[in-house]
Design a protein. Structure first.
Length: 654
């Protein structure tokens, strides 16, 4: 636990305010309830909003070409809804043809089932299922309830009576109502959506200004970013997804027609729509053609070709077409897409399933730019929530060195080892030092964390070797010449890094040693227990040029700094430096660092180390590299002066 100057425990920092509070949860629940029970109002508005996002770039392009604003909006809306109407008309006509042809497929289905039953053994699953279904059917047909409640064989009963249907006479007005009323609701909804889309496109600027005033006119930049980001992401997602679906559906429709699957146009169009459903859309689109291929073909050829068709088109689309057409991510994590699909389907049915991804994108954009909606960005966004150094600290804290090493190797594909330790490794240890100073990190946890950090450093030794080979290889302009080795800044220097006081300091010393080796020097690291006076002779015997003491504590005690003088007295030929790490600016994981034992290092602390005799005192990795790679003579120090005690001899007056 941290102590103040008087020796009393310093109060721990208050935890940050929770992002999820009871009033906020109550508000979200109330909004969900309103949207659920008033879906007849909100669903058309949501459809109109998404269509407006998709058509807005097209209307803007027509307007830039010189067309009047009203004419460009009407042309875009008319073209869009005519295309939708033609699509629905073709689908309905194809469904009618399919319904008429379904009875003709019965013979092929029965023949295939019999083939499977004959090919299976007597104990096979097909035979067992067939026998079970036959037994149930026979039981139902042979046991018919009598009026008295008993059952009797069907053959003993009288023939079934002829069904009689009572038809009530209806007036022409009632008949017209029964025919027209079921059509009024969808037609009215479609008309309402069309009108809303037209007015949204016509009044885009006015709606934008009203939204800015409603959300926050005091921060025009943030509100403008919300509108631009949401419009760009949703419009791009809808248009690019439509283009990808068209590219996907055309070969599917043509391939099914060549295979001989009935109503190939219908399945191509349904594939275009179903692929808007995240992840399972392609499976749903393939289910119906596979069933028909099973039903219409006397053998299994059509089924095999249909499976091969969907698998080939899916692989090409997913691995070639989609990566090339998607210019940016939707901003929603894969798991969030699945969860949002389930939620919107429960809320609004099949239409909610189709619109789930763009609606979730809008929520994530709001959460990314407006603090009140930050919850949605945290839950559904695809950006990493924890900073890399905080994530590394969390993995080291639980002793998961494997994942820590894997993520470190991923990061080292794009940056050098010294950059990784500077931006991720050392800040993670500083978070641990912070928790130790607050008294929340137990001794066991600290030891486990330090051991995991040491293991991480050891695992990255292979990366260090590869990096040294890369840095020392100087490609020659003339390929016939042998590449010359590069002289690195640390060549010829021999440095030992020692932890200043704790296990965490030892891990920091190990990271520093690897950084120094990456600069070309010879470096080793030792534990803070090697600072015992009985082991100073080992430092003097070894052939080193410089010793660096590492401290994660921004306020190391004077007793720890006195090791500088002890090392110099034991090995006068060594330069002794001190590295007191500072946390880089801006980490959200460490509030109010100045009140704890990490953060900015006071000038008085640096001066105290200099007064004791340090050859250099620095606070950054770059600073220690520059100071250690110097061929200067070490500063000399004198033994500490102790007050002489008056010796009183027995029986002699002072």
């Amino acid at each position: 636990m941290a102590m103040d100057m008087s020796g009393t425990p310093a109060p721990a920092d208050p935890l940050p305010a929770s992002r999820i509070t009871l009033p906020k949860l109550a508000t979200i629940a109330a909004v969900i309830a309103i949207v659920y029970f008033a879906k007849d109002i909100f669903l058309p508005l949501a459809i109109a909003m998404l269509i407006t996002f998709a058509l807005s770039p097209l209307a803007t392009r027509l307007r830039k070409m010189g067309l009047p604003h009203l004419l460009s909006v009407l042309l875009v809306v008319a073209a869009a809804f005519v295309a939708i109407g033609l699509f629905i008309l073709v689908v309905v006509s194809q469904l009618g043809v399919l319904a008429q042809n379904l009875p003709t497929f019965q013979a092929n289905i029965i023949a295939k089932v019999e083939t499977l039953r004959d090919a299976s053994s007597e104990n096979g699953i097909v035979v067992k299922l067939t026998s079970m279904i036959s037994a149930i059917n026979a039981e139902i047909s042979t046991a018919v309830p009598t009026p008295s409640g008993d059952t009797a064989p069907a053959t003993a009963l009288a023939p079934d009576p002829m069904p009689v249907e009572v038809v009530e006479e209806q007036s022409p007005l009632e008949m017209l109502q029964n025919l027209v009323m079921p059509l009024i609701s969808p037609i009215a909804t479609i008309g309402l959506v069309i009108v809303v889309v037209i007015f949204m496109l016509l009044e885009r600027e006015d709606l934008r200004d009203r939204f800015i005033k409603l959300v926050g006119s005091n921060d025009l930049y943030r509100t403008t970013q919300v509108l631009q980001d949401a419009g760009k992401r949703v419009a791009q997602y809808l248009l690019v997804q439509l283009l990808v679906n068209v590219i996907y559906a055309i070969p599917i429709g043509v391939g099914l027609w060549l295979i001989g699957v009935p109503n190939a146009v219908l399945w191509g169009l349904l594939t275009l729509v179903l692929r808007f459903v995240p992840y399972i859309g392609s499976l749903l689109a393939a289910a119906f053609p596979l069933f028909l291929a099973f039903a219409v073909s006397p053998d299994w050829t059509a089924v095999i070709w249909t499976v091969a068709l969907f698998a080939t088109v899916e692989l090409i689309t997913s691995n070639v077409i989609e990566p090339g057409l998607y210019g940016s991510r939707t901003g929603v994590s894969p798991l969030a897409i699945i969860v949002s699909a389930i939620f919107w389907t429960w809320l609004w049915g099949p239409l909610g399933l189709v619109m789930s991804t763009p609606l979730t994108v809008c929520l994530v954009v709001l959460g990314r730019h407006i603090p009140q909606f930050e919850l949605f960005d945290i839950l559904f966004g695809d950006d990493p929530i924890l900073a890399p150094h905080a994530r590394l600290y969390q993995r080291l804290l639980v002793g998961d060195g494997l994942e820590a090493t894997i993520r470190a190797e991923e990061a080292l594909e794009t940056q050098y080892l010294d950059e990784y330790y500077r931006d991720v490794g050392i800040p993670a240890l500083l978070i641990a030092q912070n928790d130790h100073a607050r008294g929340v990190l137990t001794t066991e946890q600290q030891s486990r964390l330090a051991l995991s950090a040491q293991t991480l450093v050891a695992d990255l030794g292979a990366v260090l070797d590869e990096e040294l080979v890369e840095l020392r290889a100087l490609p020659s302009e003339n390929t016939t010449e042998v590449a010359l080795p590069v002289t690195l800044s640390g060549d010829g220097f021999r440095i030992v890094c020692i932890g200043g006081r704790s296990d965490l300091d030892d891990a920091a010393a190990a990271m520093l040693a690897q950084i120094i080796v990456a600069k070309g020097a010879t470096a080793t690291h030792r534990l803070h227990t090697d600072l015992a006076p009985s082991r100073f002779g080992m430092l003097a015997a070894n052939d080193h040029d410089c010793v660096v003491l590492t401290f994660l504590d921004a306020r190391p005690s004077r007793a720890s700094l006195l090791h500088i003088r002890r090392i110099k007295l034991a090995a006068p030929h060594l330069r002794v430096g001190v590295l007191i790490f500072e946390m880089p600016a801006g980490p959200e994981e460490l509030p109010d660092l100045t009140s704890l034992h990490v953060g900015l290092v006071a000038e008085s602390t640096l001066q105290n180390a200099r007064d004791i005799g340090a050859d250099f005192v620095v606070t950054t990795l770059d600073g220690v590299i520059k100071a250690a790679f110097v061929k200067d003579l070490p500063l000399s120090v004198a033994p500490a002066k102790r007050p002489r005690r008056a010796r009183l001899q027995m029986g002699v007056a002072a």
